[in-house]
Design a binder for this molecule. Structure first.
Ligand SMILES: [Zn+2]
Length: 464
């Protein structure tokens, strides 16, 4: 135990990490954690924050979001703070529809600049690759890695949006990722099958929202997961599977882990896949259209089991989508409506409410999949993802007794609807801190644009 006077003491709370919950005081100096010590150790601090009766968590990390539609990183980072999130790792790239054309390196530089001037919290980036980036990827990948962008993503679907990579292109990128010790993510859905089914439904006049899920069957995802992992294991590529949605995909992940390759192999799901079903398509029309789609209750059960037992490593938001006015005229024309909806602010609180208050998972496990695991997988650990001496003092004081109702009117993104309209949640962040600075306290927002720093990330091959 240190005897020096700390800048800040957060006292009386229950500190939660991936292994345990314990009554402890967190000391902070110079923006770093300066010690987590047994409660009442009596060490001096210039300022004391009382966390009595509350939980003290490492700042939540959202490792999957898209700051390229109605909301960019300015408003998404603000909404994140309201939801207890202190680090974002969004997907960006050189895509015309995302307001970015030309070379990949220039596009990523521009996104970094945008974040440094407008984000209120720290951020890194994943690089999304589309067809037109492949020709030059051998030259661009090392430059992006040097800049601290150490994870790449390809799409096995969305041919009509110019995003699909063929198996040959996937292999080419996987070889490079392997060679550089980086990490590869795939949006795994069998695109040609999905396109075929969509065309067929449209030809039969079946264009209403209830045909969306049948056009994206579970097996289309599971097959693509199987194929991606087959390709990756053939070239030894480290793999990350974002937004898994169904029980069949988890079976495939378990099978490949049993077979031992590819290694490492990480899996993610999102809050909406743990909490919402396809019934939302009927209730809310195309507002609920997201890729991959919302599925059914037995998939929700399988995903929670996956979170609980460790098949799922990360829970993220996949936040991003258009304003209501872009979806509303197409409520009944589901195949023409745009994808995506907001989930930034609700990511942790809704997952907590469903996971903890409904007894689906333990608190240390929930903290692991939303802090430590994303930090380790994406090369930010132990700077982020843990409260221990030397880590950034990013923390959340979470009050499990605060009741609140989610409504579009009280959310902080630009997007003017939420999938959780009217949902009552128990438990909310009451104080959010980044590097020792308070960003949110008792409903008062104290963060300023540009306060967030770009986080160059380590390669998975160098991660702890
Ligand atoms: Zn996404």
């Amino acid at each position: 135990m240190s005897n020096t006077v700390a800048d800040i003491a957060v006292t009386g709370g229950v500190v939660v990490n991936s292994r345990e919950m314990k009554q402890a005081d967190v000391y902070i100096s110079d923006g770093l954690v300066d010690g987590v010590e047994p409660a009442g150790s009596g060490r001096q601090a210039k300022k004391t924050i009382d966390a009595d009766g509350r939980l003290v968590l490492p700042g939540i990390i959202d490792a999957h979001l898209h700051p390229v539609y109605a909301d960019r990183i300015d408003t998404l980072s603000q909404a994140a703070v309201w939801g207890g999130i202190t680090t974002l790792v969004p997907y960006v790239g050189a895509v015309k529809a995302w307001g970015m054309e030309g070379g990949l390196v220039g596009a990523i530089d521009t996104f970094i600049e945008e974040g440094e001037t407008s984000s209120v919290i720290d951020f890194g980036y994943h690089c999304s690759l589309v067809g037109e980036n492949i020709e030059t990827i051998a030259e661009t990948m090392p430059k992006l890695i040097d800049a601290g962008v150490t994870s790449f993503k390809g799409f096995m679907t969305y041919a009509r949006r110019g995003m699909l990579l063929s198996d040959e292109e996937l292999l080419q990128v996987m070889e490079l990722v392997t060679e550089h010790g980086a990490l590869f993510a795939v949006h795994a859905e069998n695109g040609p099958l999905v396109d075929y089914l969509e065309d067929k439904f449209i030809a039969e006049g079946k264009e209403t929202p209830e045909y969306y899920l049948p056009s994206h069957p579970n097996i289309a995802e599971a097959e693509a997961v199987f194929r991606a992992l087959t390709l990756a294991s053939a070239v030894g590529c480290p793999m990350y599977l974002p937004h898994l949605t169904c029980k069949e995909s988890l079976e495939v992940v378990r099978l490949f882990r049993q077979w031992g390759a590819p290694s490492p192999l990480f899996a993610e799901t999102c809050t909406h896949f743990l909490t919402l079903t396809d019934a939302e398509m009927t209730r809310r029309g195309s507002l609920a259209k997201v890729g991959p789609p919302l599925r059914q209750q037995d998939d929700i059960e399988a995903l929670w089991q996956g979170v609980d037992e460790g098949t799922i490593d990360v829970v993220a938001s996949d936040s991003g989508g258009p304003m209501m006015e872009k979806k509303e005229p197409l409520f009944e024309k589901v195949f023409q409506a745009p994808f995506g909806f907001p989930g930034q602010e609700t990511m942790f609180t809704v997952t907590y409410d469903e996971g903890i208050n409904h007894g689906r998972v333990t608190l240390p496990r929930l903290v692991q999949v939303t802090t430590e695991n994303p930090a380790r997988i994406f090369g930010l650990y132990p700077q982020k993802g843990v409260l221990e001496k030397g880590s950034d003092a990013d923390l959340v004081i979470f009050d499990p007794s605060v009741r609140h109702k989610v409504e579009a009117a009280n959310q902080h993104v630009k997007i003017d609807y939420t999938m959780y309209e009217g949902r009552e949640c128990l438990g909310a962040p009451v104080l959010v801190m980044q590097r020792g600075k308070v960003l949110l306290e008792d409903g008062e927002f104290k963060a300023t644009p540009g306060q967030g720093k770009f986080l160059p990330r380590k390669l998975i091959s160098h991660s702890e």
